[in-house]
Write a protein that binds this ligand. Structure first.
Ligand code: GRF
Length: 205
């Protein structure tokens, strides 16, 4: 299955997916292109190290959601063989909101990873807000993308304890280790055709 990864920054989840392909944990999927909305980010270096084509679609000055911008992204995905009929789009630290056209075209073929146990703490700075809220258990979620931000059918979740001396940084690191475990797992399950969606629920087959 052709995969595109959309990124905006550091790229550690991209790295985890590429490692999983290289180590043959993911055998039925291939990352065909990495698309970044920011030039010179770490994710682009990681893609290059793994010999994956990269495309920068600079979004400077554009709104966070922009249907015209997304049309360029879709054209880029299609040019690399990541089609809405048989491809997968993995958002990995992608700080843009997809337009309804994009989400509907790639219906249930777009995944995202979020550093919280959704539906708690959607949006930015989820780890900091979880800590401030005083939760004792935090975690990570991989989900299909729906039109609402950080909503959509949940594929996998992993929990971590919150420790008394945690800062947003230490909690984020603990959660990130789980993201790196469950994101490749979700990609593997999807590329092997093992995920079925019933309403909001994802069933493993
Ligand atoms: C991760 O914490 C992810 O959950 C969130 O953005 C961060 C991206 O990190 N959506 P990286 O770029 O994958 O290192």
């Amino acid at each position: 299955m052709p995969i595109a990864v959309l990124v905006s920054g550091r790229g550690s989840n991209l790295g985890a997916i590429l490692d999983a392909v290289e180590k043959k944990y993911i055998t039925k999927g291939e990352v065909r292109v990495v698309v970044s909305n920011k030039p010179s980010v770490g994710a682009l270096e990681i893609a290059k190290k793994h010999h994956v084509p990269t495309v920068v679609l600079d979004d400077r000055g554009l709104p966070k959601m922009d249907a015209e911008y997304d049309k360029k992204t879709i054209a880029t995905l299609e040019a690399h063989g990541v089609n809405s009929t048989d491809g997968l789009v993995a958002l990995a630290g992608y700080f843009r909101i997809l337009s309804p056209h994009f989400v509907e075209k790639y219906h249930h073929r777009i995944m995202n990873v979020h550093p919280a146990l959704l539906p708690s703490f959607p949006g930015l700075e989820a780890q900091k807000r979880a800590l401030e809220h005083g939760v004792k258990v935090a975690g990570a979620t991989v989900h299909f993308v729906a039109n609402e931000v950080d909503a959509g059918p949940i594929i996998l979740q992993a929990h971590v304890p919150v420790r008394d001396n945690d800062t947003a940084e230490t909690l984020s690191e603990r959660i990130l280790r789980q993201e790196h475990r469950i994101y490749p797992e979700a990609v593997r399950l999807f590329t092997e055709g093992k995920l079925k969606i019933h309403g909001k629920r994802v069933i493993f087959t």
